[in-house]
Design a protein around this ligand. Structure first.
Ligand code: GLN
Length: 503
């Protein structure tokens, strides 16, 4: 019997029926990673000791016949921008080499408390800046569907680890699409909850008004199970949504209980965003969207075209706000407090300068310069403040749409996975990869990407659902119904190859 590629409830059954132990499960995943990750470079470090220690604790509960916590024994991979106590957190950057946090991120802690087993820290674009993982200072993650293609970014290692079957859950972060876009390119489910629903304490910040923590899983149900544990208020994060504001529409435990009742989408009103559902998309993506719309109609949803004219400003607004906030957040890496230092420098100032010069990569440097520029006196009003105003107008446009529609949809990414090197010389072309994912970050909306087809090279395509802030349940219900009506989430070619080579 294989222990790989299982869902959360399948693992739960295997453990409670004693068909396997948590230790066996952890070992099977670690050995698969050790044998196969040279193909994907999804991990920057394995947390083997931690995994086996956590697995032993679960096995003790099983032998004591105690009730198992909801994620008991579930293999978890964590993006290297989130802190796991005593293990390296590099953010994919040389400047954090050697840094080991002294506490767990709240999101990580909640999953650990629920019994998840951490197999490793995943590779990512440097400081989560990128859309292809080619900005990692360590290695380029490859797409498990075809290693000649990028996995998307910046959480490419997390997306690849779930697509390959290295882990059941992977945590990523989404500032401008970095959970949903790689989920789309790797054929898995990726969710960015409402801003503030999952704590960012222990997340090494990129752009604080845009950063979200979100899960990758193979199925929508597993995303709901993960959020049921992880989407909790946190006094350590001042932007965390307090309990009293969490409505029934973000109650994931209730949603889990209601899942058997979700068989159709009758009375659900969905708007197809005109500006993101036409010409700009690759043909195969457009075709998959049209097909998805038909499926949603069959499920009973009412579908119209809707226009969000301000969406066209999302990308330029993002590339002012993101660098502005990034330049401020990255100021702390000066060789004194964390990670790497140029030890040959003769005085303090040259140490600061040469440390940053030597150990920060070119994309973060580009953003530090851009960000410092747009925040500088005289330009603040012209760029930063203006971008914030346009962000507000875009948010209002979404709010208006959600007065008449439960959800809006569009392809998650205008293209499927591209080949390595295709966009590295042209940052603007690379930035376009997030044209459809960035609006939800700017407006703080819950948004999910789920597989909805394949292109002519058999590379996955993703469909995105978005809803009003704190209506996370609506995107999950629709995604769940769509997933039940289709079978795109059932494949994992890399895992299948590994399993058939074993037999
Ligand atoms: N590709 C986007 C960027 O480079 C998204 C990053 C993210 O969501 N972390 O900014």
């Amino acid at each position: 019997m294989t222990l790989l590629g299982k869902s959360i409830s399948e693992i739960h059954k295997l453990l409670t029926s004693k068909e396997t132990s948590a230790t066996e499960l952890a070992q099977a995943h670690l050995s698969y990673i050790e044998k196969s990750d040279h193909l994907t470079h999804a991990f920057l470090c394995l947390t083997k000791d931690l995994a086996l220690k956590q697995a032993t604790e679960i096995d003790k509960l099983i032998s004591a016949k105690k009730e198992l916590p909801p994620l008991a024994g579930i293999p978890l991979a964590v993006k290297d921008v989130l802190c796991v106590e005593s293990y390296p957190a590099t953010c994919g950057s040389k400047i954090l080499e050697g840094f080991k946090p002294i506490y767990n991120a709240t999101s990580v802690n909640l999953l650990f408390d629920a019994g998840a087993i951490c197999v490793g820290k995943t590779n990512c674009d440097e400081f989560a800046m990128g859309s292809s993982n080619e900005n990692s200072a360590y290695a380029k993650v490859t797409n498990p569907w075809n290693h000649n293609y990028v996995p998307g970014g910046s959480s490419g290692g997390s997306a690849a680890s779930v697509a390959a079957g290295f882990a059941t859950i992977a945590l990523g972060t989404d500032t401008g699409g970095s959970v949903r876009q790689p989920a789309s390119l790797c054929g898995v489910v990726g969710m960015k909850p409402t801003y503030g629903l999952v704590s960012r304490f222990g997340l090494i910040a990129l752009a604080s008004s845009l950063d979200h923590v979100g899960p990758f899983t193979r199925t929508v149900e597993d995303t709901i199970r993960t959020l049921a544990v992880m989407a909790k208020p946190d006094t350590h994060d001042s932007t965390s949504v307090p309990q009293k504001m969490r409505t029934a529409n973000c109650d994931m435990v209730a949603l889990l209980n209601d899942l058997p009742k979700i068989t159709n989408l009758k009375n659900v009103k969905i708007g197809v965003i005109e500006e993101l559902s036409g010409e700009g998309n690759e043909k195969s993506v457009q075709k998959a969207l049209d097909l998805a719309i038909e499926t949603l109609k069959t499920l009973g949803a009412k579908i119209d075209k809707v226009s969000l004219p301000k969406v066209k400003y999302a990308l330029p607004v993002y590339y002012i706000l993101n660098p502005a906030e990034a330049s401020s957040n990255l100021a702390r890496y000066d060789g004194v407090k964390y990670g790497a230092r140029d030890k040959s420098a003769q005085d303090l100032l040259s140490m600061y300068l040469s440390t940053r010069q030597s150990f920060i990569g070119s994309e973060p440097k580009r953003r530090i310069m851009l960000g410092t520029y747009v925040l500088s006196s005289g330009y603040y009003d012209a760029y930063y403040k203006k971008a914030q105003r346009v962000r507000r107008l875009l948010t209002e446009e979404f709010n208006d749409i959600f007065k008449s529609y439960d959800l809006v949809i569009c392809p998650t990414s205008p293209t499927t996975a591209f080949k390595f090197g295709d966009r590295t010389d042209d940052p603007l072309k690379m930035y376009m990869a997030d044209v459809a994912s960035i609006p939800a970050d700017l407006a703080g909306l819950p948004a999910i990407s789920i597989p909805c087809g394949f292109d002519e090279n058999n590379m996955p395509i993703g469909l995105q659902f978005m809803a009003a802030p704190l209506a996370d349940r609506k995107v999950l219900e629709a995604a769940y119904a769509f997933e039940k009506a289709t079978d795109y989430t059932k494949f994992s070619p890399m895992l299948q190859k590994y399993e058939s080579a074993k037999t």
